[in-house]
Write a protein that binds this ligand. Structure first.
Ligand code: COA
Length: 185
């Protein structure tokens, strides 16, 4: 468990998959700027069983244990590099309260403390201001536009690529050192 002040990140377990399937199939959870998809629980279970250590999903939980969202890190395949990327979703009723900003801060601390990576990146549709604000508040910088990279509601949309470098992060903002050591093990 990665513990923050108002939210925790807990590695997703098989028991979470029914709720996860329910979330993924709800357009209001996915949001208007991300591709619509309908996926069966069986497919989700297969994906879960195939996942590698480099691709891990986390449930975002409030301190009372209520499940309010999902965040994951994964590797983007590139001919020369291994690019570590994150993504996140919150249930609509818990948006706009700063929870995602804290969850991204926790994830960035965790990834830089536990993995020998020099950068973490995220992509967001041009109109997704809430997501861009989250990234900027955590210290991500906008690198540029990936043109026509998201197919959503019948149209190809441009996205911004954001990243934060290890040297910009400098030190953990939320995770305490003993906790971070435990997460690494
Ligand atoms: C993106 C998302 C995770 C942000 O979560 P969140 O918990 O609401 O984020 P926070 O509360 O930490 O911060 C959001 C910021 O955006 C602002 N914001 C939210 N909606 C906005 C809008 N339509 N226009 C401008 N600013 C907006 C909030 O006011 C807040 O800024 P502030 O702290 O300066 O007030 C959430 O909106 C979501 O789940 N969206 C659907 C899924 C999605 O798009 N995921 C990202 C894929 S790249």
């Amino acid at each position: 468990m990665l513990e923050g002040k108002r939210v925790n990140l807990r590695v997703m377990e098989k028991e979470d998959l029914p709720l996860f399937a329910e979330w993924l199939n709800k357009p209001e959870f996915i949001g208007e700027y991300n591709p619509l998809r309908q996926i069966s629980r069986t497919e989700i279970e297969k994906d879960y069983d195939k996942r590698s250590l480099e691709q891990t999903g986390f449930i975002i939980e409030k301190k009372d244990g209520s499940k309010i969202g999902y965040m994951w890190h994964f590797i983007v395949v590139h001919p020369a590099l291994k690019l570590l990327e994150i993504g996140y979703f919150l249930v609509p009723s818990e948006r706009g309260k700063g929870y995602c900003t804290e969850a991204v801060n926790i994830m960035v601390d965790y990834l830089f403390l536990s993995k020998d990576m020099i950068r973490i990146q995220a992509c967001t549709e041009l109109r997704n201001i809430a997501s861009q604000k989250v990234l900027e508040k955590v210290g991500f910088k906008k690198e540029g536009t990936i043109r026509k990279s998201i197919f959503n509601r019948g149209e190809w949309k441009d996205a911004y690529l954001y990243s934060i470098l290890r040297e910009e992060w400098k030190e953990p903002k939320i995770l305490t050192k003993p906790q971070a050591r435990a997460a690494h093990i």
